[in-house]
Every structure is written in C-alpha cells, then in structure tokens.
Write a protein that binds this ligand. Structure first.
Ligand code: PLP
Length: 642
C-alpha cells in the first residue's frame, strides 16, 4: 500500500479535520466511517456500498449512521454536564431537537429513542411539525417547545398536547398569541401549557444566518412587547405560567464571541424579568452551534472557532456570573441545537457516470484529424506552427497569438468559409496549445492571473448521478460548502483537477467551490475514470438538506441504507428505504398514474391499429413503461428495450 500517498490524501481532503473522529481514510485507501467515534470500530464505505448493491440498493443513496446521532447527543449533554461541574452550576441543562433540521421519520425516531436517557425533547415551528412530534412518547421530564408564528389552531393543539401529558411550552412570538392563550385557558385552564417569551436581542450572530438576530430580525419581541406580555400575564394572574425566556441568534454561528455577548444580554433580560416578580425556570439559548465543515476551526463561514465543550463552558460560566451578580437562582439552560446533532450522521453517495474533459477537444482520441494542406486556412497553419514551436520562453506570447487565430477560425466558420473538419482541427490544436501553455506557466513562481483562469477553464467535469437541488440544496441556494471526496482509490495520486456537475438540466446544478483550510478552492482532485465504479461522498449533509430538498427536474428522495456496528466491529445494513419512484413524483404534481398508463395504452393501440407497431412490441412497450413508472428517476441501467 502506498502509505505516503494515503497520508497526502488525508491532508488534501482535510478529512481528519472535518471528520471529527467519525470519518477517515483507512490504510487500504478507502474512506471509513467510525459511527461510535472509536477508530477500532470502522466501516469500509466502498464495501458497504457493495453490500447495499447486493441488497438491490443502488447509488445515489444516503448512508445513515444512527450511532453518530446518539454519539452527538451524548457529546452535547456530556459537555454541559462537565461545564456545570467545572463552574458548580446548579441550574442544570436540558436539550430539545428542532424538528425542522431533519423531519424524516426515520431520523426523528432515532432522535427520540437515543435521546430518552437524556430526557431529550423536541422543538417544533409549524402545525405539521407539531402534529408529527405529538406522536412521540418522550421521557416524562423532556421538554416540548412550540416556537414559530402561531394561529389559534396551533395554540389549541398545544393545549391538546399538554392534555396528553407533554411538557409543552408555547413560546410567544407576539402579544396576540398570548391573548389567544389567555382566552383558551379560560375554558381549559388545567391543560394550559407553560409560556415562553422569545426576546429580540441587540446582540447579533455571525456567519450566513446572522440576520436571524439583532434588532431588525423578523423574530422575537421588542422590549416594549416583552413588557406588554408581562403585564397581560400579571393582569390575568398567570405569572406562574411564564417558564421560559428564549432567544436564538441564528444557525452556524461562526464566532464564540458572538454567542457569549448574546448570553450576557439574555441573562440580564432573564434577571430583570425575575426581579419583576416572575419565576421563569428556563433560559433557552436556541441553536446555532456551528459545524466545522472545512476542518479549519476558524470563524470562516463554513467553520466555527470553538468546540462543543468550549461553547458549553462559556454558556454555563456567563449565565452563572450574571445570576450571581443579580442574585437570582440559576435557570435551567435549554439548548435547541440541531445542526451539530444531525449534520454528521449521513453521507450522500453518487456514482460518477462520465468525465467531460477538455482532452476531448485536444486529443481527438481515436478520431485524429489530419491537417489537409489544400483546404487549410492561414489561421489553421498558424495554430499548427504555434503548437509545434511553443516553449517555456515564448508561451505567453504564443498563447495570446493562438487566441487570435482561434477566434479568426470561428469568424470564418460563421461566414461559411470553414468546414466542420477544419473547425475540429482548430479546436484540437488550440486546446493542445492551452495545455502546453499551462504546463509552462506552472514553472512560474507567480502564475499569471490569465493562466489561473485558463486552468479553471481546462478542468474536467465529473458527472455525478444525483441532483444537487435534492441532495445538497444549500450548496445551490446559499453556496454552502460541504466536504466532498472520492470514497476509494486514495492509494493512487489523483489525476484530474475537477468540478462536479449533477444530472439535472440546469446549469446551476454544479459544484465549483470546495472546502479548503484557507478560504475555498475551485477544483477537487479526482482520479482518472477506470472500469471500477467511482463513488463520490458528500459529507456532513444530515442537517437541513433533507428538509430543504426540492424536486427540480422531478428527481426525488434517493435510496437509503441505515447502518449499525456492534462492539466487535461487525456492521450490518439494518434497514433500506427505496427512493421516490417516478409515479409518486408525478402524483405529487397532480398526475394520476392510472391516467398516464391508460393514455400510453391508447396511443400504443392506435399505433398498432395503424400498422406502425406489431402486437408483441406493443405489449412489451406497455410493460416496460409500467415498470419505468414505478422505477427510480436517477440514471439507471437499460430497461432492455430490444
Ligand atoms: N431554534 C430555533 C428557533 C431556530 O430557528 C433554529 C434554526 O435556525 C434552531 C433552533 C436550530 O439551529 P441550529 O441547527 O443552528 O442548531
């Protein structure tokens, strides 16, 4: 095994940084997953994909590792336990999982079952999330927090959830929500949930979601509104119902300093409310804990400059200090972290179907075109001359000349003076010249900017069998960076500087930015295509990506495999889920499968009647279309039309 190359690959893709103990490259050059965070319990991902294939599960697929969820839940609770011990904090800590981060039932099932031992609760922000969450039996002391804008119906449902024995806290986003609560409580006092208030803080978060916080954020109550709510509660003798003060400064907060500032401010608000005769038990600091997507541990957008332990220490310390100074009891700290719990647990795997390289312009492969003296144009001759004579000394000038002659060939083509063979030859020569020029430019201490741009133009495009819009929508919508890398062949040096394109018919369906410890890079190092399947892994995609997935081009949810490992290192796929079939995707757009199939039959029958189709072919085609309708929308094998 080429250990040195494998080590280079670990550094190149930064896996030991962002993998956070869950992912690495093994000594065979394959990417491995360590679902429990222990290196001796490892799963070889290419082998796992082979096993999934044996179970008829093809890429693209999501590999889900529920043990990572469990481990992250445990890390979060452990961090707060240690911090509380360190600072002798008596208020305690409870966590809830925000439903919106990943609403897939399979995922929430794991959250609930793994979280039971920690009295892990749920947070919802809409009526569908509320109803789905109400199905779960949580631990007796787990919290059930209702955030988001609420109509009367939402609030009434909160009362019903309370009647089922859940520890419901309705966090009011506006005084009118409180009016509804007070009114409904007149009829159902014994089922009236506890009440929380979401405060608008002056302190702002950092990173892409900073606008969720600060005075101009769309969420939370202004100080005047907070006072109004307190007076409504007092007026109705409901002071005891106020049990939570809440704030959330945005997701993926990249700087710990921002979190500390917000905590100081919120703790003061909490203390002042307490001094006004209320006794809220919980200070809910929301979510926002950042995931280190690029492994740089910095305040860059795709990173975070703190660890979970550092966060817990700072939160506990700051709240404790304010409470001491304000002489109030320490509140129970509530966290609503979603991203950091969910992100690591799943990987999207896509198979590479094609490599589009500028080599196809320049080599001609088995389709070499000779220079025909009679038909060749002056510009073509010049391109040939440049190609034969370009050197390290003249490459800049020769490259500039070649652009001119190449453009001239296209002008002549548009005027009708150049035939297709001549155009193809011009392309071949020009791209060969570009490659030589790039080669010579690589010797420069400072590569001229135009050659950097040329390098970007010359990258290979790897066509991956998946949809960016479905599987990593944030990469498209907000340019979020996720770690991406091949799952095998790390014992070999990559040969291509590449970007990734998906199979949607949309030019936005491409990845041209990749993680880097400093900033981002424009290409990814990938290997030359061979007979072996080549899989790309898109990592840390377990948070928000499935919730935000869209079905652009009608590419729906992909296949899934749920994988567990035991204490002896034996792993197994415990559950597989087939992705959305074509008929389901069409049904969601109001098509009816029956209608479609009937229409196919009618058209095929007409063709048969008109003598364009024999009866046997008609029957075969009908069957194939039926099969296709219930099949996967992603690139597949042939449907065997013969
Ligand atoms: N709580 C609230 C109110 C939120 O709006 C969000 C998401 O933005 C979260 C919790 C979860 O945040 P994160 O996933 O960054 O931990």
């Amino acid at each position: 095994m080429n250990i040195q190359q494998i080590q280079e690959a670990r550094e190149e893709y930064g896996i030991d940084g962002w993998g956070d103990g869950y992912f690495g490259i093994d000594d065979n050059g394959n990417v491995a997953c360590y679902p429990t965070g222990e290196e001796h319990l490892s799963i070889d991902l290419p082998k796992l994909i082979e096993q999934a294939k044996d179970m008829s599960l093809e890429a693209p697929m999501i590999l889900r590792f529920p043990q990572i969820i469990e481990n992250q839940i445990s890390r979060l609770h452990q961090a707060f336990r240690e911090a509380s011990w360190e600072y002798s904090y008596k208020g305690g800590h409870k966590a809830v999982f925000p439903f919106k981060v990943n609403q897939r039932r399979e995922f929430i099932d794991h959250i609930v079952s793994c979280g039971n031992q920690f009295s892990y609760g749920l947070e919802v922000g809409s009526k569908p999330e509320l109803l789905a969450a109400m199905k779960y039996n949580l631990a007796d002391d787990a919290l059930f927090i209702c955030n988001g804008f609420k109509d009367r119906e939402f609030i009434e449902t909160g009362f019903i959830a309370k009647s089922m024995g859940k520890n419901v806290i309705l966090v009011v986003e506006g005084p009118d929500e409180l009016d509804h609560i007070v009114d409904i409580a007149k009829s159902y006092e014994s089922f009236c949930p506890d009440i929380g208030i979401r405060a608008k803080l002056y302190s702002r978060g950092s990173g892409k979601w900073a606008k969720s916080s600060g005075e101009s954020s769309k969420f939370g109550l202004t100080t005047v509104e907070v006072l109004k709510c307190l007076s409504i509660l007092k007026k109705h003798g409901m002071e005891g119902k106020l049990q939570m003060l809440h704030f959330h400064i945005g997701s993926q907060v990249t700087e710990i300093k921002r979190i500390k500032n917000a905590i100081k401010e919120a703790s003061r608000v909490f203390a002042k409310v307490t001094h006004m005769g209320f006794a809220p038990r919980n200070l809910n600091i929301g979510g926002g804990v950042g995931v280190d997507y690029d492994g740089s541990k910095t305040s860059y957008q795709s990173s975070a400059n703190y660890s979970l332990q550092e966060l817990a220490n700072d939160v506990v310390y700051e709240i404790g200090e304010v409470c001491k100074r304000e002489k109030i009891p320490s509140p129970q700290i509530v966290t609503e972290s979603g991203r950091v719990i969910a992100a690591y647990h799943s990987i999207v795997v896509a198979d590479v179907r094609e490599v589009q390289s500028t080599e196809s312009f320049s080599t001609g492969d088995d389709f070499e075109i000779g220079l025909d003296e009679k038909t060749s144009h002056k510009s073509l001759g010049e391109l040939k001359y440049i190609f034969d004579n370009i050197t390290r000394k003249n490459y800049i000038e020769f490259y500039h000349d070649s652009i001119e002659y190449y453009e001239e060939m296209f002008t002549l083509f548009n005027l009708g003076y150049v035939n297709l063979e001549e155009r193809a030859l011009a392309e071949q020569l020009f791209y060969r010249i570009c490659r030589r020029a790039l080669y010579f430019s690589s010797f420069e201490k400072h590569v001229p900017q135009e050659f950097e741009a040329l390098q970007q133009r010359m990258v290979s495009k790897f066509l991956a069998n998946f949809s960016i819009f479905q599987s990593i929508p944030d990469a498209w919508s907000i340019d979020q960076l996720f770690p991406v890398m091949p799952l095998s062949q790390h014992e070999q040096k990559p040969t291509h500087k590449a970007t990734i394109v998906d199979i949607t018919c949309d030019s936005d369906g491409c990845l041209e930015r990749f993680i880097d410890r400093k900033d981002f890079r424009k290409t990814l190092d990938l290997h030359a295509p061979s007979d072996r399947p080549y899989y790309l892994g898109f990592f840390l995609v377990g948070a928000y990506q499935e919730s935000l997935a869209n079905e652009h081009n009608l590419f729906g949810a992909i296949n899934e495999a749920e994988v567990f490992i035991d204490d002896n290192g034996q792993w197994e796929i415990r559950k597989t889920t087939i992705g959305d079939p074509i008929d389901e995707l069409l049904t969601c757009r109001n098509y009816e499968t029956k209608d479609i199939l009937e229409s196919f039959s009618t058209q095929l029958e007409s063709a048969e009647k008109e003598g364009k189709l024999d009866q046997k072919s008609k029957e075969v085609f009908e069957d194939l279309l039926k099969k296709l309708m219930s099949g996967s929308p992603y690139l597949n094998k042939s449907i065997n039309i013969k």
